[in-house]
Design a protein around this ligand. Structure first.
Ligand code: EPZ
Length: 420
């Protein structure tokens, strides 16, 4: 497996550009199943997850041309089935379920297993489809769904679920009549999905709020869409620049969807100056500790928790970090402690980070996508060499991360076949 070697202690300077949003591109690639004809996606990031989504659409029978930043999805003879050996690579594969049932009246989709950060059940996806009239059966690790024409209904989510909301939005867009979704996720990626569904001829209103209305259509048409910038990648580079010191211009930052992160970074003493679509980030002296509690949008995003925890490792004072979205998202903690961080966890969702003045490079293990980014950031902060192992996690969500970091003065090298 590949690793990444980071030589720490170098301030970052220069310009880095944010790519298209992974968590918008993935559901939108699934939305191509809702219509025949050729759909074109632009500003798509070159990531493993995008490759996996393209592989899945190919297995289902669509003709796919994944050449990021462009992805073209053509027609084909669809078999509405998503096999385990593809779904196990990417949980977001569950988002073909809604479109397949809505369009073809049936679907066989492997249950996505849990993952490092939690059990991540899909009960809300299944209940939503049942509310729209689908018959759901779970057998041999697969979801079997059947429906005649889905019927619009009222769906109340037990909790805001991002991909759950997206799955049901896509299904409702082809259901007969009006669907009301209550307690929806409000992430910017939900609003992006609504933009695309409306381009396809659906009538979605209320996206970005807790209640959405969708007028189902008999047919939807293909679309051409440029994917919005990735707010989590953007936030990760803002933190990396603040962690390493120096002055960096991060280009293409969706500032309006990063408010919670920007407020917390400023409270810690990070200098952030938006200019158009860019943000100039700098740090003068030692940062102050701030407390973080993750929550669904517009709260502080769970996907930025590991990065902020890393930044707090060398801040003045003690930072309390609470993870309320996933049950096991502190796996970066023991790795940061090996680098000299002073972190104590209480239960599985609270961490106390006492700022230290010095961290030292070490060999550390990446465990999930955002934890691996936080370990690279720790490597930028630490003295000496850090080797982050199992960086396939990083490749799922960060386009060309070595080039981007080296482009602003870091010293990051990929090491091939490093072993487990
Ligand atoms: C999406 O995952 C993102 N992935 C995740 O990003 C992100 O961390 C997460 O939303 C939260 O923002 C994509 O968009 C592809 P949820 P998702 O359903 O939709 C519980 C990354 O780093 N839940 O919003 O799977 C669930 O267990 C990834 O890019 C149920 O109980 O997350 C969790 O506690 C990691 N039943 C909470 O809801 C369900 O049916 C929120 O999960 C669905 C969810």
């Amino acid at each position: 497996m590949d690793g990444i070697r980071v030589i720490g202690g170098k301030p970052l300077n220069g310009r880095v550009k944010v790519s298209g949003a992974k968590n918008a591109a993935l559901p939108i690639m699934c939305a191509t199943l809702l219509s025949d004809g050729e759909s074109h996606l632009r500003n798509v990031p070159a990531l493993r997850d995008i490759d996996t989504a393209a592989e899945l659409l190919g297995v289902i029978g669509r003709e796919v041309e994944p050449s990021p930043p462009r992805v073209r999805v053509g027609t084909g003879d669809v078999i509405p089935e998503a096999p385990y050996d593809v779904v196990k690579k990417m949980r977001a594969s569950i988002m073909v379920l809604g479109p397949l049932v809505a369009r073809y009246g049936r679907a066989k989709v492997s249950l996505p297993g849990g993952c490092q950060i939690g059990a991540r059940p899909v009960d809300q996806h299944l209940r939503g489809l049942e509310a729209l009239g689908a018959k759901i059966k779970l057998e041999h690790g697969y979801i079997y769904a059947e429906a005649g024409r889905l019927q619009g209904a009222e769906v109340v989510f037990d909790m805001p679920t991002v991909t759950g909301t997206e799955n049901i939005m896509m299904a409702a867009a082809l259901a007969k009549g009006r669907t009301t979704l209550v307690n929806c996720a409000r992430e910017p990626e939900i609003v992006e999905m609504a933009r695309v569904l409306n381009k396809m001829g659906a009538k979605v209103s209320g996206a970005g709020t807790a209640v959405m209305h969708i007028e189902g259509q008999d047919e939807l048409h293909p679309f051409d869409h440029a994917i919005m910038p990735d707010r989590i990648e953007a936030g990760t580079y803002l933190v990396a620049a603040a962690a390493a010191g120096g002055e960096v211009t991060v280009e293409n930052v969706p500032v309006e969807s990063l408010e919670a992160v920007i407020v917390k970074l400023r409270a810690a003493g990070v200098i952030l100056e938006p200019s158009g679509n860019d943000v100039v980030v700098a740090r003068e002296g030692r940062l102050r500790s701030v407390d973080i509690t993750t929550s669904p949008h517009p709260g502080f995003p769970t996907d930025m928790q590991a990065q902020l925890m890393t930044l707090m490792c060398m801040a003045e004072g003690t930072s309390t970090i609470k993870e309320t979205v996933f049950e096991n998202r502190f796996m970066h903690v023991p790795e940061l402690v090996r680098m000299g961080a002073d972190i104590e966890t209480q239960g599985h969702n609270t961490a106390f980070v006492r700022g230290v003045e010095r961290m030292t490079g070490a060999s550390v293990m990446a465990t999930d996508l955002r934890a691996s980014a936080s370990l690279v950031i720790a490597g930028l902060m630490a003295e000496g060499e850090t080797i982050v192992r199992r960086v396939y996690h990083l490749d799922r969500g960060y386009e060309h991360i070595e080039e981007k970091l080296n482009g602003i003065g870091a010293d990051v090298v990929r090491i091939h076949s490093l072993g487990p």
